[in-house]
Design a protein around this ligand. Structure first.
Ligand SMILES: NC(=O)c1ccc[n+]([C@@H]2O[C@H](COP(=O)([O-])OP(=O)(O)OC[C@H]3O[C@@H](n4cnc5c(N)ncnc54)[C@H](OP(=O)(O)O)[C@@H]3O)[C@@H](O)[C@H]2O)c1
Length: 305
């Protein structure tokens, strides 16, 4: 596989974890050529172009767009926003990748898929679609590398909780007493970039990714306190109240059902899991909650001196 072959990164603008955006930067840093796929031209696409990526605009639900962006690339990172069309987009990508012929397709999935089978699915439409997507890509015969991260620090533990941490010193989530081992999207991106840079040894593998520690939310809150040098506590809020708030802010039904399922699985102890994929692939351990919160201190209201 030649080093100078163009690598396609989908979902490159970034919204929640921004894995695609970070992967683009990491590959460019290695001197590898990247085609970054975005949904629209905006400041984010301009920044990708300024960093040295070839930016292409397209819709992952449009087969002709997918054909246009995959053509000329031998390696592909496929990931997009949690959304109702995820399975359709995956099958479209798989169909195109077979037609064009690629050397590696790195597929973003979720760690909960490791707990799923025909008899044991979950009520999350997103998790079901990832599970089915993995089945379809396995039937495809494509050279796939599967990335299964646990919950990202960047969603539940940043954007969803930062206002309450800032205003009340509380992480307000309906996670009960369940343990969790969240992983930074930046670490997930480091894994994806390492695989794309040299896919050969990784083809056919599944990488399960977690943070360095599985702990209950009181333990997580202590890491916030250490990082911010002020007291942050965990408040176990009623799930129904939390779900009403998600509906009030107008999240799509698909996303709400996914988040509500994640919280329920958390309460049931299903996020109490450890995997060493980050260190195994990148040679560096995954970031702790404390390190992540310290990096994002401003968004949590700053660190007390
Ligand atoms: N968040 C978690 O806790 C977590 C945990 C494990 C796995 N995952 C998986 O990680 C993936 C999400 O990764 P991420 O957080 O890095 O994504 P992200 O930051 O939300 O970015 C996804 C990008 O996909 C683009 N997109 C959405 N629909 C598209 C379409 N039809 N055509 C073209 N582009 C489209 C979006 O564009 P716009 O910004 O322009 O809308 C967005 O920039 C999902 O597969 C999710 O299941 C997430």
């Amino acid at each position: 596989m030649a080093e100078n072959e163009l690598i396609l990164v989908t979902g490159a603008a970034g919204q929640v974890g921004a894995v695609g955006r970070t992967v683009t930067g990491l590959l460019l840093d290695r001197g590898l050529p990247v085609r970054a796929m975005v949904r629209r031209e905006d400041d984010r696409s301009a920044a990708l172009r300024a960093a040295g990526a070839e930016v292409v605009v397209g819709d992952l639900l449009e087969p002709a767009d997918v054909y246009r962006v995959v053509s000329g690339c031998r390696r592909v990172y496929f990931g997009m926003s949690v959304s109702a069309g995820y399975l359709e987009a995956t099958v479209t990508m798989g169909t195109v990748a077979r037609d064009v012929g690629v050397d590696a397709l790195v597929n973003m999935s979720q760690l909960t898929v490791s707990q799923m089978s025909i008899q044991h699915t979950t009520p999350s439409p997103q998790q079901r679609q990832h599970w089915l997507s993995e089945q379809a890509l396995a039937w495809s015969g494509l050279p796939v590398v599967t990335i299964r991260p646990t919950v990202f620090l960047d969603g539940f533990f940043l954007s969803l909780v930062s206002p309450a941490v800032r205003d009340r010193g509380r992480i307000e989530l309906p996670f009960g007493r369940g343990k969790t081992s969240p992983v930074a999207a930046a670490d997930v991106a480091r894994v994806v970039a390492a695989v794309l840079a040299d896919p050969g040894p990784h083809l056919g593998r599944i990488y399960e990714l977690t943070g360095p520690r599985s702990q209950d939310m009181d333990g997580v809150a202590r890491e916030y306190s250490d990082a911010l040098n002020r007291e942050v506590t965990y408040a176990d809020i009623p799930p129904e109240e939390w779900e009403r708030e998600l509906q009030r802010v107008g999240l799509p039904e698909h996303l709400t059902r996914h988040l509500v399922t994640m919280a329920a699985l958390n309460r049931a102890g299903r996020y109490d899991r450890m995997a060493d994929g980050v260190e195994r692939v990148t040679g560096r351990p995954a970031m702790s909650v404390r390190e992540f919160v310290a990096l994002h201190a401003e968004e949590f209201g700053g660190r007390r001196s």
